[in-house]
Design a protein around this ligand. Structure first.
Ligand code: SF4
Ligand code: SF4
Length: 372
């Protein structure tokens, strides 16, 4: 089998792959108006051969390998999910496996298999059933999926695309999740103007004023809900800000994600390689194919604090959290600063300001397993 990987296992990829995103299919039951991949690639499922070659490319390295199974909707190809899990178990390095799903098509058999193999589960949910139905569709099916995860005792994280559609009702999402013991946290992904989002104005980026109000309501709801929970609901961005404030004190440096460090590879169903799933199909980010891998192109250097005119009064000035480099390269000038708005509110949240208790452990990079 020609894998493009030499006998030594070395590949032309410029650094070890520590994050491998397998886009198992481009098919999906939903048509989210901001899908960053919508219509960017032909409808196709990954072949078992491409999947095995991709895993081989990532088989070298001393650090843990994060493998994310995504799409499209990966539960549409359950046999490929199973294959990825069983093949990943053969890799001679420590791996974590995660799956990102819309939750529409989960079944007991599938969920038990995931649990048995310790898959981390991320579900895309933008808010209450009303908002989910209006934006993504099939809200009832997604909620049934969450109930199944709950019944089977499978912890899950929620990924929420932050947009004009849900920014003012983020607190209601928290109240919805309050009823799920297995819910672990929420990650807010500010909408990226790519794919369907770049063409479809049905849903747009939220404005700054609404981000401030929506986030404040969300934090209040989290505080109230967490008083009653055994396992608190986390807010991914709040944890990130806390880590940055710690690093500010300790003088440590960090990078936003493994794709920003050139350590991530996303594999399209046809075997083409890119640094992350959010730039899939873009020639400027091509890293060859599983048969002929090339050095991973870097993202444009656009650090968030280079876009902000004055960071001198920001609590995060010593270690700005930065933002997803793909979002920064796709969104326009003012839109890019929404992340800064979000971070500054979080930096003033109790437990973040200097001298107050911070319980979150320090890590150097973000995990990519629940990237959109
Ligand atoms: S969060 Fe905003 S103001 Fe603070 S350091 Fe980063 S870019 Fe500057
Ligand atoms: S943070 Fe952005 S660039 Fe980094 S892996 Fe996630 S989507 Fe890709």
């Amino acid at each position: 089998m020609n894998t493009g990987v030499g006998r030594s296992g070395k590949s032309p990829i410029n650094s070890p792959v520590n994050s491998l995103v397998l886009v198992l299919t481009t098919r999906c039951q939903l048509r989210c108006p901001y899908c960053s991949q919508g219509e960017m690639l032909p409808r196709q499922d990954m072949s078992p051969e491409v999947l095995r070659k991709a895993l081989l490319l990532a088989s070298q390295g001393t650090r843990p390998l994060q493998i994310q199974l995504t799409g499209g909707e990966p539960t549409l190809v359950p046999e490929l999910v199973r294959l990825a899990i069983t093949e990943a178990a053969q890799i001679k390095r420590f791996c974590t496996l995660a799956i990102q799903t819309n939750g529409v098509q989960l079944d007991t058999h599938m969920v038990r298999f995931w649990k048995k193999h310790g898959l981390q589960v991320g579900v895309s949910l933008d808010g209450t059933p009303r908002i989910q139905e209006a934006v993504r569709g099939q809200a009832g099916a997604t909620l049934r999926g969450l109930l199944l995860l709950e019944e089977e005792g499978v912890p899950f994280n929620i990924t929420t695309v932050l947009s004009s559609a849900n920014v003012q009702e983020l607190d209601r999402l928290v109240w919805l999740l309050a009823g799920f013991e297995q819910a672990r946290g929420i990650g807010l992904d500010i909408l990226v103007q790519r794919g369907r989002a770049a063409r479809n104005k049905q849903v747009s980026l939220p404005d700054k004023k609404h981000v401030i109000q929506g986030l404040e309501r969300l934090l209040l709801a989290l505080e109230t809900v967490n008083r009653e929970r055994n396992t608190p609901l986390r807010l991914r961005e709040l944890d990130l800000v806390r880590r940055c404030l710690q690093q500010g004190q300790q003088g440590r440096s960090r990078t936003f994600c493994l794709a920003a460090c050139g350590e991530s590879l996303a594999v399209a169903p046809d075997g083409r390689l890119f640094p992350c799933a959010q730039v899939l199909g873009e020639a400027r980010f091509s890293a060859g194919t599983v048969d002929a891998p090339q050095p991973v192109p870097p993202f444009p250097a656009l650090p968030l604090n280079s876009l902000q005119k004055d960071c001198s009064s920001c609590l995060l000035r010593l270690h700005c959290p930065d933002d997803c480099p793909s979002r920064l390269s796709h969104n326009q000038a003012e839109e890019r600063l929404l992340a800064c708005t979000l971070y500054q509110i979080l930096a003033h949240y109790p437990g973040c300001e200097p001298g107050q208790e911070r319980a979150t452990p320090t890590v150097v990079v973000n995990q990519t397993e629940h990237c959109p």
